[in-house]
Design a binder for this molecule. Structure first.
Ligand SMILES: Nc1ncnc2c1ncn2[C@@H]1O[C@H](COP(=O)(O)OP(=O)(O)O)[C@@H](O)[C@H]1O
Ligand SMILES: [Mg+2]
Length: 264
């Protein structure tokens, strides 16, 4: 008997999204394995952002289902993601400019979700204890990311690469099982990019990671599995070697090698 694959972390089946007459996604299916990195690529307008938005509950598909850990996600909303064990990062930074780095990360720990609510119900003592626990947890993540020394600084005073790390620390403090990243490499320079690749690989030891990304070097480097969209349909799906060798993928990128077409 063939060895059984691990049960999928997230399954997208038959998802169709129409904007007016335009099918942004047509019957899209994919499986995200736990402790793996799945890349979502495709030319501009292919439907990547729409699919990302479907996964995060921002866009509701006309057809199809999304299952997380074997349970259908119906009517899930973006603010409920953390409680489910799903975290996301934004294409920009989306940091709160009037909060310190530390407070930005504490917010990511989902104050009204798993961590704080029991304390609020059982009295001030445990509420304070939870506060302390949250702060300790946030500091530990900042240390992990090498930014503990700027915990009390405001994000806008930091170089862009560090601000990106704060945004990622905020997504990870709740210890998600699935991390969805929207173009995490945008605006990063070489050294920060190498850093990001290492972080993504580290994350995938404990969680599933989905990466919407234009930088093909990064995608080919860190992804275990890649799904290629074109005109709202999955045209190829497999490990980097298979995707790179697929003529349909090259054609989708207008006949130019995937590597170059994605440079933008
Ligand atoms: N809110 C929207 N209203 C109308 N059309 C949209 C909307 N969002 C996306 N689209 C269209 O859906 C298609 C897929 O877009 P998108 O998911 O943003 O692609 P990608 O992220 O791969 O560039 C495009 O043709 C785009 O113009
Ligand atoms: Mg997009």
């Amino acid at each position: 008997m063939a060895p059984t694959a691990p049960s999928p972390l997230m399954e997208v089946e038959g998802v169709t999204v129409r904007f007016g007459g335009l099918a942004a996604l047509s019957d899209v299916g994919l499986t995200i394995a736990p402790q793996s990195v799945t890349g979502l690529i495709g030319p501009n307008g292919a439907g990547k952002t729409t699919l990302f938005n479907v996964m995060t509950g921002v866009v509701r598909p006309q057809r199809g289902t999304i299952t997380f850990k074997g349970r259908p996600l119906r009517n899930h909303r973006p603010h409920q993601l953390a409680r489910l064990g799903i975290a996301r990062t934004f294409q920009g930074l989306n940091l709160f400019e009037r909060m310190t780095v530390l407070d930005n990360v504490i917010v990511g720990a989902d104050p009204l979700g798993r961590s704080r609510l029991p304390g609020m119900l059982t009295g001030l003592g445990s509420y304070q204890r939870d506060e302390r626990e949250l702060t300790d947890r946030a500091m530990a993540v900042l240390e992990e990311f090498g930014i503990a020394d700027v915990a009390h600084a405001y994000p806008s005073t930091l170089p862009y690469g560090l601000q990106k790390r704060v945004a990622l620390a905020r997504a990870l403090v709740a210890e998600p099982e699935l991390l969805l990243m929207d173009e995490p490499a945008s605006g990063l320079s070489g050294a920060d990019m190498a850093d990001l690749a290492a972080t993504i690989r580290r994350c995938s030891q404990t969680m599933g990671v989905v990466l919407v990304e234009h930088h093909m070097d990064l995608v080919m480097d860190v992804c275990d599995h890649i799904v290629v969209l074109n005109f709202g349909q999955v045209i190829c799906s497999g490990p980097p070697s298979v995707v790179q060798a697929d003529p349909a993928v090259a054609e989708a990128y207008l006949g130019t090698p995937v590597q170059e077409a994605a440079g933008e």
